[in-house]
Design a protein around this ligand. Sequence first.
Ligand SMILES: [Zn+2]
Length: 243
Amino acid sequence: MYITPIKYNPLPYPLSHSSSLLLNAHCHLFNCPSLDKLLEDDNRIYISNALDENELNHHLLIKKSNFFISTGQHPLYPKDTIKDSLLIKLLDDNKIYAVGEIGFDKRNKNLQSQISTFLNQVDIANQYEKPVIIHCVGHYYELFNLLKKNFKKVLIILHAFNSSIEVINMLNEFNIVFSIHNKILKMKKARYILHEIISNHRFVFETDTGIKNEHDITLTISNIADFMGVEPEKLLNGGRTQT
Ligand SMILES: [Zn+2]
């Protein structure tokens, strides 16, 4: 597989350094037993998601330059866990890197409330010029239509992408970064989908909840590299977002 680097608009740090630093673009470190040890290595960077105020308060106490926080109303969990007013306060105080994970999940049958929560929280992120981390299980067309109508420019980190090449092509018109999780390898057309994502050069890797709460991003990267038949370094360099 041959990857040609091409130029894209610069992304904010640490997304801009996902090839030179080991960035875990979406993880949940609240319950991670080896958290202190993970954060000792400055060459590894984490964007950790807080799902509720308890997790958020834990995250806010961590003062490490390689630890970034995202928070927002997850579509599968009880309503108003992270209220809009709290998000605004966090953004005013510059406490979080991104708004998310927010979005859609077909297992939650109340689509209307997911839409209104999503629109409010993307609007807040947009006003503060922060990225949004999107969780999307089903409902990709709703996501596309809402973004197209309301938020064409917001920077999207689409976490654990698991849909089709058609959906990738549809979403590529946005300011989007695809976040790759190991579970993509379980998809039937994983090779084609990964090839499409990698050829567009806007991708990062993640562990999400981790395997037994472990969050070694090098495992994800080497699994994907093995599967695609490339060296991990080459895979990372192909993903360079600035040239
Ligand atoms: Zn997650």
